[in-house]
Design a protein around this ligand. Structure first.
Ligand SMILES: Cc1cc2nc3c(=O)[nH]c(=O)nc-3n(C[C@H](O)[C@H](O)[C@H](O)COP(=O)(O)OP(=O)(O)OC[C@H]3O[C@@H](n4cnc5c(N)ncnc54)[C@H](O)[C@@H]3O)c2cc1C
Length: 375
């Protein structure tokens, strides 16, 4: 059978789940099928992104080469971006203009910040969304340069007090400390406490850590817009700043809403087998999937855990066998890196602040990277 006539599974986006499936490419070859991964470049791991901003990790610590991963496992890689998908014709259109026919498709293209009212004006502070990850490293370089040149930290306003905004704030403060300058950071959140979904004790512990750095935390107030001077709050006050870090929540990449299949900002609506509720040949995982059986938070861990189910379901689809259901966990471990050698661990209603939590997070993250890295 020549390669054009083999059944073909395309993996669109080298997200967390697709790294696992790519590493299993041999299983597809053994069935006489092609497994092809398409991504514009490197995989950047969000679990270590806060430490990348805070100066703890180098950019190479945070990256995996998805092409080397899938080729090493016997699959194929196309370095490009998927611009459009025609589910009726079962074709993908790439940035290069090439059109490719698929038999099965899996999407793991991730999410982006829903920047909404925080669009930057023509002149004013630089606005840094928390995703994609590579610009966070540019942000760090820009801050480090300014701190070296002036001996001061440029003023930063972080908008968002959830896990991502809080963890990045702590790491910005840690970056200032590493450069022997005082932090110049204000965190603004519309919610009444940091980490509104975590136990109240964990929120209070985090508030104490940020106060000690010190970081100015403004609770229960909304950032209305960004002006040439800084961030204007609902109260009318303007927080003058040089940089804004936008951590205001993630929405699925727009591609998932352009297929003509049921989808929303939460992602492509998928059933328990991670298949589109409208099209059994299209699967989705991670932040771009909206799991119909129940709401799942936009966390890397859910993509990682769904990966093996999607892999088995793609193989079952190729063999004409029944599919399996993904049963996501109800309780999960979360650890925030606080930029000072300590971590804040939460699990169900329990929490712990200390160095052991940080070391555990570092170990988990490095183990994930080493599993898929050929360094
Ligand atoms: C700063 C930060 C820290 C975080 N820390 C944690 C944490 O510690 N633990 C945790 O569980 N979650 C964490 N999260 C949440 C986490 O980022 C997301 O849940 C996770 O990245 C989603 O992974 P994914 O596999 O869906 O997509 P991603 O990891 O974002 O991968 C998507 C891939 O798709 C590719 N792609 C995009 N569009 C296209 C296209 N059109 N064609 C081809 N390829 C495309 C991209 O290049 C990318 O490689 C953090 C988020 C942020 C922003």
């Amino acid at each position: 059978m020549n390669s054009a006539s083999k059944p073909t599974v395309f993996l669109v986006g080298a997200g967390h789940a697709h790294l696992h499936i790519a590493s299993q490419a041999k299983a597809y070859a053994e069935l006489g099928a092609r497994l092809v991964l398409i991504d514009p470049g490197q995989f950047w791991y969000s679990g270590m992104a806060t430490g990348l901003l805070g100066g703890r990790y180098a950019p190479e610590d945070d990256q995996i080469d998805p092409g080397a991963l899938i080729r090493g496992a016997g699959g194929e890689f196309i370095q490009d971006r998927v611009e459009a998908i025609d589910v009726a014709a079962k074709t993908l259109t790439l940035g290069s203009g090439d059109s490719l026919r698929y038999d099965w498709l899996s999407l793991n293209v991730g999410s982006e910040v829903d920047i909404g009212a925080l669009e930057p004006p023509a002149a004013g502070p630089s606005v840094w969304p928390v995703k994609p990850i590579p610009p966070l490293y540019q942000f760090r370089l820009s801050l480090e340069q300014a701190m070296r040149d002036t001996g001061q930290m440029p003023a930063v306003v972080v908008v968002g007090g959830g896990a991502t905004g809080s963890e990045l704030t702590a790491n910005l403060a840690g970056l200032a400390r590493r450069n022997n300058v005082a932090p110049n950071i204000t965190l603004v959140t519309s919610s009444g406490r940091l980490l509104p979904d975590a136990p109240a004790g964990a929120s209070r512990a985090l508030a104490r850590v940020l106060a000690d750095y010190p970081v100015d935390v403004r609770l229960s107030i909304r950032a209305r817009r960004i002006t040439a001077r800084g961030v204007e709050l609902d109260s009318g006050e303007c927080l003058a700043c040089d940089h804004v870090l936008a951590a205001v929540g993630l929405q699925a990449k727009a591609l998932t809403r352009q297929l003509g299949l049921t989808a929303s900002r939460a992602g492509l609506r998928v059933n328990a087998c991670m298949q589109s509720v409208d099209d059994p040949s299209v699967f989705a995982a991670g932040d771009c999937a909206d799991f119909a059986p129940r709401d799942l938070p936009k966390l890397g861990v859910f993509g990682v855990k769904a990966a093996e189910v999607i892999h088995q379901n793609l193989i079952a689809s190729l063999c004409g066998q029944p599919l399996k259901a993904y049963k996501p966990q109800r309780i999960w471990l979360a650890i925030l890196n606080l930029g000072d050698g300590r971590g804040l661990l939460t699990w169900w209603r329990l929490w712990w602040l200390g160095r052991v939590a940080d070391r555990l997070k570092d170990w988990i993250d490095r183990r994930f990277m080493s599993r898929y890295s050929n360094k």
